[in-house]
Design a protein. Sequence first.
Length: 514
Amino acid sequence: MPVMEQRGEAAGGTHWALQVVVAVLAGLCVCFSLPPWGWWPLAFVGIATWLWVLDDCSPVRRFALSYLVGVAWFAPSLVWMWRLTAPGYVAAVFVGWAGLVGLVGVASSGDQRRFILVPATVVLLEWGLLHAPFGGVPLSELAASQAAGPLRPIATIGGQLLLGGAVAALGAALLLAVRGRWRASGSILLAVVAVALLGAAWPLGSSDGTVRVAVVQGGGPQGTRFAEGDTGPVLTRHLAVSATIEPGSADLVIWPENVVNVEGAFIDHPFATKMRQEAARLEAPILVGVVEGLSTTEFVNYVVVINPDGTITGRYDKERRVPFGEYVPLRSLFGPLASGLPPRDQVPGVGTAMVPTSAGKVAVAISWEVFFSRRVREGVRAGGEFVANPTNGSSYWLTQIQSQQVAQSRLRATESGRWLVQAAPTGFSAVVDPRGELEQRSDISTPAVLRATIERLNGTTPAQATGDLIPVTLAAGAVGSLLTAEWLRRRSATERGDRMTGRTWRWGSPLDRP
């Protein structure tokens, strides 16, 4: 082999190795911008680095490098899945999310168009993950990286999708600035800052009064699965913590998801009697999560209001179930492939996500539902004046998913313009104001009562009114415009070639030879 050829192959190998390292670093930057790490500026660096590594790449190489970005992005941020189902973790990360990021790389281009295509296709990808598979799996999204950052007010205007698109756009602006394209970079920066300022200035609407809420966290060991113990101790811990609340000091007491777990009807169970007694002592209604076993194959998961007079009202059944956590999709297929799957499936609810109480109308998102903007939108549109998120993260390993859930609660509060109260049995419980500021957060595994006086608000925001319309329209319009421009360019080139060869283009007909 000639010396020049050997040097060329060595240079090519070195270039590929460097691209691999850079792609992994890009994904890690996005990963560590997410909770629980929360180094939000790294999100822009990660996207800029991803765009840089795609420069002048073939489609195959764009897929491979973007796939590596996806692995580094999702493998560490979703490692909590490993203890629940190791095969599911491998499939979700290395086939699902990483594969989709690889397809985003292919759908982009190796030229300047990727500065538009990557942000737009990321928005469309995250919109898709809000709906599929299995009803949606919106985890480790770009927007979550900015829940504690200065760009969060963008969610007031266009929700989490517009916020994620802004993150990707600023990544493009960063790379353009590094390359000295100041006008394009500055234009993107000004547009993003303008939307953020508009969101921050958006009025919250008038108040219908205040509510004194008390959030009960019973404490207990983290990482405990339900199958490992009885529900009696869980209820006992929460009753003990609730006993520290003075009668008449709260207008509404909020307990976590499924801390009451019974076989058969809850209303006739001794646990219901204890809850009635506690509501009467508190002189306030208790919003509490209940699980009822219906049979050996099914259960229901809902919240109810237990009033001081002993009545039980305002039931809302959880609609958005956790796949492989609360039900097993295609059980006959997946059941034999993984151990530790739930033996029973939750029956999905069909009601409106709003519960009336004597303290006001409460939009309810049970646990996983807070990851979905549309679940909170439904409750607020039905009249919800503030949002309650009773949840249960006690079975999860580490605190990754709990940290991401607090971030999602901050985004839902920002989108809806409502106070949001999150109650968890072992943490994190939280109180979030309508601008998404975290007012209070409990510690893990500790008994706690979070007390806050919150407003009952009746205003709306663009994100609450329009849902995903703004970001999806912008993203689809950007992709459509580029595709149209490319089609027109190729058509023009074809016409020029036809004139040179003596052929004529006829609209709507094939090429004809004279």
